[in-house]
Design a protein around this ligand. Structure first.
Ligand code: DGT
Ligand code: MG
Ligand code: MG
Length: 233
């Protein structure tokens, strides 16, 4: 086909091909969800409707985008891991990121009513996205462990913070002060498994995404699901 004289502008497009054989991770995070959670009366510290909706969206993303092997979420964020040898859209980072983000955001609105029957959606939420490459199984596992550890630390802080306000009658400022004093001690506290589970949400398997609530830092999960990190991916 004949090309127009304008065709040269195509050369201005940046090459954002992801390095071959690396794990491609797309992480989404809700934009200004501090405000969004307030406006939509999310329960504190963890709103199970909101967390379940996030996981429903992640499941939908995995159903639509077949090259994702595992997703991990907490709070207003979700990470999606593409199989190492994926050649989807020639591994262009912008395609990966925008398709995950748009599919996720439209699902969030589409399924909102299924989880928030009595709470209307007051304005359209947004999600930012980033792409990070991990060159080995170990770095990928450490990435997921990092997000899980972040979940634990935040959950611990928030659980104690809201208990001080709701059960001990402290003001938010007093609770913050108390936590500063007790920081070292609270870091040693472990939450009961069911409270941790509230914020740890994993979906997996290429054929059919299944939500799981489990630990990714230890070896048990990876031994149980050797296919996720196997070289065939
Ligand atoms: P950003 O991401 O920079 O646009 O700003 P935010 O406000 O989204 O900040 P981020 O992502 O660091 O923190 C997530 C916020 O979402 C945090 O302020 C608490 C809120 N949030 C997430 N999940 C829940 C929940 O289950 N219940 C309540 N009450 N708030 C939640
Ligand atoms: Mg956010
Ligand atoms: Mg966040």
């Amino acid at each position: 086909m004949a090309k127009s004289k304008f065709e040269y502008v195509r050369d201005f497009e940046a090459d954002d091909t992801c390095l071959p054989h690396c794990w491609v991770v797309v992480r989404l995070d809700g934009r200004n969800f501090h405000r969004f959670a307030e406006k939509h009366s999310f329960a504190k510290p963890n709103d199970s409707r909101a967390l379940q909706l996030m996981t429903k969206c992640a499941q939908t993303v995995m159903e639509e985008l077949e090259d994702i092997v595992i997703a991990y979420g907490q709070s207003d964020e979700y990470s999606f891991v593409f199989r190492r040898k994926s050649n989807w859209f020639k591994r262009r980072a912008s395609k990966f990121m925008t398709l995950v983000a748009s599919q996720f955001a439209s699902s969030y609105v589409f399924y909102w009513r299924d989880y928030f029957a009595d709470q209307p959606l007051l304005y359209p939420p947004g999600f930012d996205g980033r792409v990070v490459l991990y060159p080995s199984n170990q770095t990928l596992k450490d990435y997921l462990s990092w997000r899980q550890a972040d979940c634990h630390i935040n959950n611990l802080y928030n659980t104690v913070f809201w208990a001080l306000i709701q059960q001990s009658g402290l003001t938010p400022v007093q609770a913050q002060e108390r936590l500063k004093v007790d920081e070292v001690r609270t870091q040693e506290v472990r939450l009961p498994a069911e409270m941790e589970g509230e914020r740890m949400t994993v979906t997996r398997t290429r054929a059919r995404p299944v939500p799981l609530y489990c630990d990714l830092i230890g070896d048990a999960f990876w031994k149980e699901h050797p296919d996720i990190l196997s070289g065939d991916n």
